[in-house]
Write a protein that binds this ligand. Structure first.
Ligand code: KIV
Length: 266
């Protein structure tokens, strides 16, 4: 795969071709996923749950994220590497600068930050300092204790209006990508249409510019035994992991995944 950059992703949005993203935490899967054509490898703080066995992402540190980002970089064949700033790593702009530097120096091309319009200044300042930012909106797992659980966000009109406003504010602040988690499909479609930057969805319907899943979920592996509505097991009917990764890429590109049963209504 030729090297994927932000320009590649903007070009895919412009021509209406879906963007493929998967979480990835190590060199072997980085090689397999990038060679299968996955355009963005997300070193997600979901590693706290799927690799470390915690019941939330809160215990994950920037050192953990930098370690796994460096592992992914070693196996990657041309994908763009997006790494999560973990819990509290962007609590102040200064913390965001230091922690983003650690992830970029470990091999990330871009960082992802969970939050809303309060992050605007941090995002502007990171972009000015050479760090492209993906803003993660909707269900933000780092604030699970404020949200009162892992729940669909934006079902009420006031909440939906707030999400539309936050998305606009963060794009205007300089976010180069948006990620929407667990929001009604119709709301995700509105935000995607209004956005000038790529919008990636998970549990956000098929109208976003691209899709992401947690690697272990799409390979049918679950520590807790609970499988979210938006997950599809791509190992079904496939002889091996490489074929499952290729099937995911094909399904996202052909818009056969996600189907309506993977999304949420208002
Ligand atoms: O950490 C992660 O894996 C994520 C995805 C759920 C989008 O943020």
């Amino acid at each position: 795969m030729p090297e994927v950059t932000l320009s590649t992703l903007n070009g895919l949005k412009a021509k209406g071709e879906k963007i493929t993203m998967l979480t990835c935490y190590d060199a072997t899967f980085a090689k397999a996923a990038s060679q299968a054509g996955v355009e963005v490898l997300l070193v997600g703080d979901s590693l706290g749950m799927v690799l470390q066995g915690h019941d939330s992402t809160l215990p994950v540190s920037t050192a953990d994220m930098a370690y796994h980002t460096a592992c992914v970089k070693r196996g990657n064949h041309g994908a763009l590497i997006l790494a999560d700033l973990p819990f509290m790593a962007h609590a102040t702009p200064e913390a965001a600068f230091t922690n983003s530097a650690a992830l970029m120096q470990a091999g990330a091309h871009m960082v992802k930050i969970e939050g809303a319009a309060w992050l605007a200044e941090t995002i502007t300042q990171l972009a000015q300092r050479g760090v492209p930012v993906c803003a993660h909106l909707g269900l933000t797992p780092q604030t699970v204790n404020v949200l009162g659980g892992y729940k669909v966000q934006g079902r009420e009109e006031a909440q939906a209006a707030q999400l539309r406003a936050d998305a606009k504010a963060l794009e205007q602040a300089g976010a180069a990508m948006l990620l929407l988690e667990c929001v009604p499909s119709e709301l995700a479609a509105q935000i995607t249409q209004a956005a000038g930057v790529p919008v990636i969805g998970i549990g956000a319907g098929s109208a976003t510019d691209g899709q992401v899943l947690v690697l272990h979920d799409m390979l049918g592996l679950s520590l807790s035994g609970r499988v979210a509505r938006f997950v599809k097991n791509f190992m079904h009917g496939q002889p091996d992991i490489d074929s499952a990764l290729a099937a995911y890429v094909q399904a996202v590109k052909q818009v056969s995944f996600p189907a309506s049963e993977h999304g949420f209504s208002a």
